[in-house]
Design a protein around this ligand. Structure first.
Ligand code: ZN
Ligand code: FE
Length: 265
């Protein structure tokens, strides 16, 4: 999984807990690394030590323990620069980021998008100086799914997902959970005639059978198969309307209906 960039050698998934990935970005000299959402310090330290890397930076997307739980240990061991959102008071953040801010990592600009919905403090990191561009979106956008609405409203999450949808379609989407097969099962129920979705299910199943991550995804694939990005499509409007037993004509209502359906799927 080599990234074509002068400054970043690779983006590597470190598995954590049962289904998290802690993404490690390794610089061109393969000496320095940044990790995104280190919920558990142990697998991060193991990865850094076995590859002789120094941890220089951490990106945080939101306050949930499976995304910030490793901060204390990693800060005391490596003293990295920690970037993250401000509102929830996460301990250990050096640089608070807001919409429109950017973080410089190994010479690349990562722009910050506020994407509330899963939590109110959720931010995403986007870099279009790589080819393909890279998006670190935490628990907002998943492969074939989206995060649960723990703190925000459907309107908020729909707006956040629309913001991500408008990025370059070639973007690689680095989500933090391997939820893809369960998400695809739901997607098939909600969007059953989507032929691209059906072929995606076979491709992703083959990856899981080989123990390979389904991530990163691509934004193009999400636009074609992720029901939560397709609330403007007649097929989703129809199945959401059927689910509620009344006609829906508003995208946010469709989004709310399919999010609620997935919660109970
Ligand atoms: Zn979360
Ligand atoms: Fe999470």
């Amino acid at each position: 999984m080599t990234i074509i960039s002068n400054n970043i050698n690779k983006i590597h998934p470190i598995p954590a807990f049962s289904d998290n990935y802690i993404w490690a970005l390794v610089d061109a000299d393969q000496k320095h690394a940044c990790v995104v959402d280190p919920g558990d310090p142990k697998p991060v330290i193991d990865y850094l030590e076995s590859n002789q890397l120094e941890l220089t930076d951490i990106f945080i997307t939101h306050h949930h323990p499976d995304h910030v739980g490793g901060l204390k240990t990693l800060i005391s061991k490596y003293a990295p620069t920690v970037y993250g959102p401000e509102p929830s008071g996460i301990k250990g953040i050096d640089i608070f980021l807001h919409e429109g801010d950017s973080a410089n990592l190994f010479g690349h600009e990562f722009s910050v998008l506020e994407v509330p919905g899963h939590t109110l403090d959720h931010i995403a990191y986007y870099c279009d100086e790589m080819d393909p561009p890279a998006l670190f979106c935490g628990d907002t956008l998943f492969a074939a799914g989206c995060g649960r609405l723990f703190e925000g409203t459907p309107a908020m999450m729909h707006k956040s997902l629309s913001k991500l949808s408008s990025l370059k379609s070639s973007t690689s989407v680095y989500c933090t959970h391997e939820y893809t097969m369960a998400n695809l099962k739901f997607a098939q129920a909600a969007d059953s005639l989507n032929s691209i979705l059906l072929s995606r299910i076979e491709e992703e199943r083959a990856k899981r059978e080989q123990g390979v991550p389904t991530l990163p995804s691509s934004l193009q694939m999400e636009l074609e198969t992720n029901p939560f990005l397709r609330c403007d499509q007649p097929a989703l409007t129809e199945s959401a309307s059927n689910r509620l037993g009344k006609p829906l004509d508003d995208e946010i209502e469709v989004f709310a209906a399919i999010r609620n359906w997935k919660d109970n799927f």
